[in-house]
Design a protein. Structure first.
Length: 296
C-alpha cells in the first residue's frame, strides 16, 4: 500500500512520497525552539500517490525544463517526445511515476526507477537523500543500462516550491550567477546568453514580485544560491555538474531549481552554443549530480 516516508534527525524532518514521483512533500526545520515548514503545501495532508501542482519538490529526469516541439536531439538522430505542455515536452518523465525504495534508515532513503517509454533509451535513475546535521544531501544518478549500446543526452534537476514567508517578511534570494539565457514568449531558448538586470539583482540579493522571474541562469563555477527569511537562512549548493539554476516566482511560492543544464540544451548544443551543460550518458559515463540544502 502506498505510503509516505519521513526521514529525520534532531534538526529537520523530510517527508517523501515514493509513489508520487519520489517527491518531497515537507521539510520542517527546527531552530531556536521553533519549527519552520519550507515547502509550499508542506503542512497539508499528503496523498502518497499524488503531488498537487505548486507544492513540495519534484525531480526532473531524464531531462530538465523544456524540449521545444518534443524534438530530442541525439547522436543517433531525432526522437519525438510527447509534448505535455505544447509546444514543449517539460520536466522529464519521472515525477508522476512510482519509484522503488531500495533502502531506508531513520535519516536516509534510497530510491530508483527504470526509464521507460516514451524515453527511447534503456537505463535508470537512482536517487538518494541523506540528512547530515543541518543539511539535506540529495544525489541523482542517471545511468545507461548495460544493454544500451547508444549514448543519449541526459540532464537532472530538482524543482522545489519554497514558501515565500515563514511567518513574517518575504524571502530574499541571492545567487552566484554569471548570466541569463534568453527565452522567447513561448519559453523557448533562443541561445542568447547575457548579463541582465535580474542577474545583477540576484548577485546582490533581491525579492521578486509575483511572476517577475521565470528564467534560467548560468552559475559561476562552484556557485550556489542563498534564500534568506528573517527566521532562517538556507544555502543551496551543488556538485560540479550543477551548472544552472532556474528561478520562478509564481503567486504563492519561489522556485529555485538546481539543474545540470539550461533549457533545451541538446538543441542549443546542436546549433553550436557553448555553456549549455549538455552531456551525453552511456554505459561508462553516468550523469551524477548532487545538491546540498543547508540551514542556519
Amino acid at each position: 500500500m502506498p505510503e509516505n516516508i519521513t526521514i529525520r534527525n534532531e534538526n529537520v524532518s523530510v517527508t517523501i512520497s515514493p509513489d508520487a514521483g519520489a517527491s518531497l512533500r515537507s521539510i520542517k526545520v527546527k531552530k531556536s525552539g521553533n519549527q519552520y515548514e519550507l515547502l509550499s503545501g508542506g503542512d497539508n495532508p499528503h496523498d502518497p500517490t499524488e503531488l498537487p501542482h505548486g507544492e513540495g519538490s519534484f525531480v526532473m529526469a531524464p531531462w530538465v525544463n523544456r524540449i521545444r516541439d518534443g524534438r530530442l536531439v541525439t547522436p543517433d538522430g531525432i526522437h519525438k517526445i510527447p509534448m505535455n505542455q505544447p509546444p514543449h515536452a517539460i520536466h522529464g518523465l519521472e515525477r508522476d511515476r512510482v519509484w522503488t525504495v531500495k533502502s531506508s534508515t531513520e535519516s536516509s532513503l534510497e530510491l530508483e526507477i527504470s526509464l521507460a517509454e516514451p524515453w527511447p533509451y534503456a537505463g535508470r535513475v537512482e536517487y538518494s537523500l541523506v540528512l547530515q546535521g543541518s543539511s539535506l544531501v540529495q544525489i541523482m544518478r542517471l545511468i545507461a543500462d548495460v544493454s544500451e549500446t547508444r549514448s543519449f543526452p541526459g540532464s537532472v534537476g530538482w524543482h522545489p516550491w519554497f514558501n515565500i514567508t515563514l511567518g513574517t517578511q518575504s524571502v530574499t534570494a541571492t545567487a552566484d550567477v554569471s548570466s541569463q539565457w534568453e527565452l522567447d514568449d513561448t519559453a523557448t531558448a533562443t541561445g542568447k546568453l547575457s548579463v541582465t538586470g535580474i542577474t545583477d539583482r540576484l548577485q546582490k540579493g533581491t525579492q521578486f514580485a509575483v511572476r517577475e522571474v521565470d528564467g534560467c541562469f548560468l552559475m559561476n563555477p562552484g556557485g550556489g544560491a542563498v534564500l534568506t527569511w528573517p527566521e532562517l537562512t538556507m544555502t543551496i549548493t551543488g556538485s560540479e555538474k550543477i551548472t544552472h539554476f532556474m528561478f520562478y516566482s509564481p503567486e504563492h511560492a519561489l522556485c529555485v531549481e538546481p539543474q545540470t543544464c539550461t533549457v533545451d540544451a541538446a538543441q542549443l548544443d546542436e546549433k553550436g552554443h557553448a555553456n549549455t551543460g549538455h552531456v551525453l550518458v552511456d554505459r561508462e559515463n553516468p550523469l551524477v549530480a548532487t545538491t546540498t540544502w543547508m540551514w542556519d
